[in-house]
Each structure stands twice: as structure tokens, then as C-alpha cells.
Design a protein around this ligand. Structure first.
Ligand code: ASP
Length: 325
């Protein structure tokens, strides 16, 4: 399964957006919840794009809606680490200005993507990435509420955590993105959004709870510009998948660079996902799996994944295209 890369492409008139809700072997019984989460996100982004809101605000609020939804491994409903605690990462980039902001390993923020945007909006580039307690203190100074970690934990994840604790098997993070019967206990639902606003500005945002049962303090690709998200005035990308591999090949930037050089977005996405799968192997010899969404300034959009499934959807002025899961 992981050897194949599935992809799709479309062309739309601006404004428009694409969202994803993770790429893995999403079990059938989790599909309705994922579809509802995608629909909520699309509604949020669409409303803002139609009102003329700029791309960077659109991607932030669309991802914030997914952080609040509960279906995904982001914000409320995120997976627990080995300490039984939620630790969140998020990043956002404005293609028009090349500004970005990201926070990582935060435990007391309901919407890490909004705090990431706050760092982006500082504009002075004195600090763009903040981790842990420092990020939380920054957020509090900006007026964000500090919440108990428990408020981010749902029953579904408590149960998943309990099952994982009971297991002897030490799971490698790459396993979560392959197919198999253990998928339900291994899944990830990192969320992301790329948008092209009515003025042609592009932006990308990604948010995650990371890999299940991760080591406390572990940070993957999601809050790393160029890896989990990237945007220029030409193209925007959000990635999801095995974070250690995505960071190694700076996946989002690699795709963006090719599109800027003239490549078709779907071709660039497929090429780099396949290259990563060939180049980065896990201890069992299986290739690294991931998925991504990409959108360029001409309204050429694409999704691609080497995982069994990927939750994704898009909206543009000519109608909603439910790409689905
Ligand atoms: N890329 C994320 C991470 O490694 C996980 C995911 O996309 O589901 O933290």
C-alpha cells in the first residue's frame, strides 16, 4: 500500500482553500467524524474568504476550527504522550511576507495555531518559534487563556492511551502511517490548511498533537517551517505523516521549490512523497509515508499521499469539491 502514491488535482478561481485532517489508515468507523470535521473547517474558511479576509487569517481560523472540533489529533482531542499528557505543536506562514510563527510542546493552550499567528504578526522577526513554558508565558502575555491540560483530553484518547500502556510492543512512529489492523490505535489526525485569498495572497498552517505515545518533549515536522508547512507568494503547502522523515527531506519546502520553478503541483507533490518513501526507511525497512496539500497562486491545487487514506477537502468560488477520505 505504502508503495503507491495517490493524488488528485484541480483548478479553481480565487479565492479558495484546501484542508486536510491527517493521513493514515483511517478506520471506516472514524470516517463520519472526519467528514464532519472537514465540513466544519471548510465552512469556517469559506465564510472568511467570501468576506474578503486575508489568507493568513483564513488558514489560522480554519485550523483553529479543527483544533476545536474533537475529531482530530490537534487541540482538544489530541493524542496523549507517554506521560498521559497532551503536547501540541502548530505553525503558520504568510506567503505574501514570508513571515511565520510556530509553537511547540505546549500543554495549556486551546488554540496553539492562534499563538503561532501572534508570533508571525509581531513582524520584527525577533522571535518566530517558541517552545513549552516560554510559548505559554508569551501566550498569556498576549491575552490567551491558560487552560488545564485535562481540558484538551477526551475519552477516546484516554482509552487509546490505556490500551497503549498495556502493550509490550514498543511502537516506532512510522508504523502509524502504514496500513494494518492496529491502525485504530496508531492513528494521527494532524490538521492543515492552505488558502488563496481574493487578492492572490497565499498562506499555510498546520497543527498537531504529534505521534501517539510520543516521548514528552518530542517535536515532529508540523511546527517547522519548510517541513510541516511553508508558503511563498507563489505556493503554499501543508504536510502530515511521519514527522521525523518529513523534517529530514524538508518536504513542504521541497514541493514549493519545484512548483516555483514551474512544476505542476500534483507532479511535485507526488515526486517528493515518492522520493521520501524511497530515501527514508524505518527500522523494519519500510519507506516513510506522508500526505500533503498544495495550492499555487494560479489556483492550481493538489493533494497526494503515500498513506492508505488521507482526509481532505476543498472549497472555491465555483463550488465545493468534497474530496473526502
Ligand atoms: N507529522 C506529525 C508529527 O510527526 C504527525 C501527523 O502528521 O499525523 O508530529
Amino acid at each position: 500500500m505504502a508503495d503507491s502514491c495517490r493524488s488528485g488535482a484541480f483548478q479553481f478561481k480565487r479565492p479558495g482553500l484546501i484542508v486536510h485532517g491527517g493521513a493514515w489508515d483511517i478506520p471506516d468507523d472514524a470516517l463520519p467524524e472526519h467528514r464532519d470535521g472537514l465540513r466544519t473547517a471548510i465552512d469556517e474558511g469559506r465564510r472568511r474568504l467570501e468576506a474578503g479576509v486575508e489568507a493568513v487569517a483564513v488558514v489560522t481560523e480554519t485550523v483553529a476550527a479543527m483544533e476545536a472540533h474533537g475529531a482530530f489529533d490537534a487541540g482538544c482531542g489530541a493524542m496523549l504522550n507517554r506521560d498521559g499528557c497532551v503536547q501540541l505543536d502548530a505553525g503558520v506562514m504568510d506567503g505574501a511576507t514570508s513571515r511565520y510563527g510556530s509553537v511547540m510542546a505546549v500543554e495549556h493552550l486551546r488554540h496553539p495555531v492562534r499563538v503561532a499567528r501572534c508570533l508571525l504578526e509581531r513582524g520584527d522577526r525577533q522571535v518566530c518559534m517558541l517552545a513549552g513554558d516560554g510559548a505559554e508565558r508569551f501566550a498569556e502575555r498576549q491575552g490567551f487563556e491558560r487552560i488545564a491540560n485535562d481540558e484538551l483530553i477526551c475519552d477516546r484518547e484516554r482509552e487509546r492511551y490505556a490500551r497503549r500502556r498495556a502493550e509490550e510492543h514498543e511502537q516506532h512512529p512510522s508504523e502509524s502511517f502504514r496500513s494494518g489492523h492496529r491502525a485504530a490505535d496508531l492513528g494521527h489526525d494532524t490538521v492543515g490548511c492552505v488558502a488563496l485569498d481574493h487578492e492572490g495572497r497565499l498562506a499555510a498552517a498546520t497543527s498537531t498533537g504529534g505521534t501517539p505515545f510520543k516521548l514528552p518533549g518530542r517535536v515532529g515536522d508540523s511546527p517547522i517551517p519548510g517541513a510541516g508547512f511553508y508558503a511563498t507568494d507563489h505556493v503554499a503547502v501543508s504536510s502530515t505523516g511521519w514527522g521525523e522523515a518529513i523534517a529530514a527531506v524538508v518536504l513542504a519546502h521541497s514541493v514549493a521549490r519545484d512548483v516555483e520553478a514551474g512544476a505542476d503541483p500534483e507532479a511535485a507533490a507526488t515526486k517528493h512523497l515518492k522520493a521520501m518513501h524511497t530515501r527514508i526507511r524505518d527500522p523494519e525497512g519500510d519507506g516513510a509515508c506522508a500526505g500533503l496539500i498544495v495550492l499555487d497562486r494560479h489556483g492550481r491545487g493538489a493533494w497526494a499521499h503515500t498513506t492508505p487514506r488521507m482526509a481532505r477537502s476543498t472549497w472555491h468560488t465555483e463550488g465545493s469539491v468534497w474530496l473526502d477520505v
